[in-house]
Design a protein around this ligand. Sequence first.
Ligand code: CP
Length: 303
Amino acid sequence: MEHLTGIAELSGAEIIELLDRAADAKKRLLARKKTETLKGRSVAMLFYENSTRTKLSFEEAAKYLGADVYGLAVASSSVQKGESLVDTGRTLDALQTDIVVIRHSLSGVPIFLKKHVSASIVNAGDGMREHPTQALLDFLTMRERFGDFRGLNVTILGDVRHSRVARSNIIGLSRLGANVTVSGPGTLVPQEIAALSCQIEPDMTESVRRADVIMGLRLQTERQQSALIPSLQEYNKIYGITEELLKNNARGAVILHPGPVNRDVELAHGLVEAERSLIHTQVTNGVAVRMAVLEQIAESRFS
Ligand code: CP
């Protein structure tokens, strides 16, 4: 693996291999044990879109592996003077960058950049297409709780239309043998999503009934060009994940959410810290998974 631009590039066996590696990386992380896997290598953070979790955890992961990490502050860079993405990429190559972690609002940018630079490209989320390391951290969190994916019922709720997290999860989970159901307002659940191997269940109550995992999605108001929901209050009333909705689930489903959470919009405030919520574990697992991805690239490219 020299690059990671999407879960779609990985077979089920390759995903499991990364999860095994991430489980080992998590032990080292929790023991505060650093390695020199990436000593002498540089990792650049190229974030054209805002991020808290992904950016910080990639930085932490790279530092745990001994890399030199630097970030381009896009807002104060020559991007603002009109520098093209390819020219920024070539500049990073000239600076001897080994790995570029990129987030961009346009779908497909990491694939495009991969064709124009020598550095390894890791997708930290591109538009509405893929967020592969988020999906991997979600899988690690599920595997820690349930052990196996075969027959696991995962329900993804909310703004599926704009969600790269949902797409990467559906692609990966179907390869791992899980059953994925999606639900939410008709305007935010495109029928085409079923082609990625998931069931669409228009009734939220039905969608959670047999779920082992309920994954809430952030309502992405910044990607909505037209009014797809009446108001945030009404969205919460009809489509919010609440204690009331969870009464319809008899399996004690755990709750995942990629963050950041719009509290009391897609997820009730109290459920974020509830015992069944694994949201904070997801963040820790994000560092472990990103260590695994960087290690795997280092093994493919530098050893
Ligand atoms: N889950 C996720 O991508 O969060 P950030 O936008 O904070 O990185």
